[in-house]
Write a protein that binds this ligand. Structure first.
Ligand code: GH3
Ligand code: MG
Ligand code: MG
Ligand code: MG
Length: 336
């Protein structure tokens, strides 16, 4: 262990504020934005020594003097994703920390853990890895070895971040309609299923509105498909703007939309449909080919409470009502 390092002066509390190091100071380990490392180390000498190296290599740092402080820092929303943990620590030791981190770990926020310790038995290594550590370095160590291991850890975290963002893009693509940003058909029908179950359980009503743009084919035919798309986006925006937080709105088909309105009985649902109808017919949509006036026809029905139809039969009812609205002249609301 080094004898000449004296780190106490810079460490004043057990949880220290984030210690920012200007980016670019460490050429080899960090090239772009600095990664933050949590260092949990109770020895002032090692704390000083290791933090000096980490800063030199361009990492940002958070420092904890004991396991409880480390655990607190790891609970933060933007907690470091790479943790350098001493094994023997006051309050919560490094092994217990590994277990706690893994137990609390969500699949989308992986913490890479490196144990740094004076313990060098083969069984210690195995125990550390079994507890959830990703890597293990025995003190005293050569600084280049620590830097090399950190580069490996950072690479794994970068890959994990890419996976997360790919998974998030897939989730968004599988949930929302690309053009309008409303829920896609599968999701709005799933939401109808869920809300119907809830409405039955709570014996509360559930209103649904099926809305279809009138003569939409004419918009495409006269102004072109891009202008048609602009109309779809605008109408979707109007539908969305009228929602309460627990309402659902989705694109049910090409120019058809489904609204799921928990707590709304027939009268309320018809009133809300009427408000939307007026909003659509009272506003023009500005497209690159000029302003278009569109209208919507709507079929309304409700379930929940004593009326307990399946989602499918409820959708059929709304469809029947919508068909009647079309037949009776369009730009109107009909209840089943
Ligand atoms: P109605 O009043 O009876 O509903 O008449 P309509 O013209 O609205 O109904 P129809 O079903 O004949 O036409 C719907 C049109 O919607 C046809 C289709 O090309 C168009 N459409 C469907 N999806 C999209 C889309 O994503 N973008 C655009 N621009 N048009 C779409
Ligand atoms: Mg220790
Ligand atoms: Mg249609
Ligand atoms: Mg239509």
């Amino acid at each position: 262990m080094p004898k000449d390092a004296r780190g106490e002066a810079v460490i004043s509390s057990s949880v220290e504020p984030r210690n920012s190091v200007p980016a670019g100071s460490g050429e080899s380990a960090q090239r772009k934005s600095p990664m933050t490392i949590l260092l949990a180390e109770d020895s002032p000498v090692y704390r000083h020594l290791i933090s000096g190296h980490l800063k030199e290599w361009g990492f940002d740092l958070q420092i904890a003097k004991d396991g409880a402080a480390a655990w607190e820092l790891l609970q933060a929303r933007d907690a470091p994703r790479l943790a350098l943990l001493d094994w023997v620590l006051p309050k919560i030791d490094g092994i217990e920390l590994c277990r706690k981190i893994r137990k609390a770990q969500s699949h989308c926020h992986y913490t890479y853990i490196m144990l740094l310790t004076g313990k060098d038995g083969k069984n210690d290594l195995l125990e550390g890895m079994r507890a959830g550590a990703d890597d293990y370095l025995v003190k005293p160590f050569h600084p280049p070895e620590l830097e090399a291991r950190l580069l490996g850890g950072k690479r794994i975290l970068d890959l994990q971040r890419e996976l997360e963002s790919a998974r998030e893009s897939l989730r968004v693509a599988a949930t929302y309609d690309f053009l309008t940003g409303l829920l896609n058909r599968g999701e709005i029908v799933a939401s109808l299923d869920r809300e119907l179950v809830r409405a039955k359980r709570e014996t509360s009503p559930l209103g649904i509105i099926l809305a279809d743009i009138d003569h939409f084919k004419n918009v495409n035919d006269s102004l072109g498909h891009p202008a048609g798309d602009a109309v779809l986006r605008e109408v979707a925006g109007w539908l969305k703007s009228d929602l309460r937080v627990y309402d659902g709105a989705g694109r049910y088909g090409g120019e058809e939309f489904l609204l799921v309105l928990p707590g709304c009985d027939q009268t309320t649902t018809v009133r809300r449909a009427e408000e939307i109808r007026q909003k659509v017919s009272g506003n023009g949509v500005v497209t690159s080919k000029g302003t278009v006036q569109v209208t919507v026809s709507m079929g309304v029905t409700f379930g929940g409470g004593d009326k307990t139809p399946s989602a499918e039969s409820l959708l059929n009812e709304a469809d029947v009502a919508l068909y009647r609205a079309k037949k009776n002249g369009r730009n109107r609301v009909e209840a089943y």
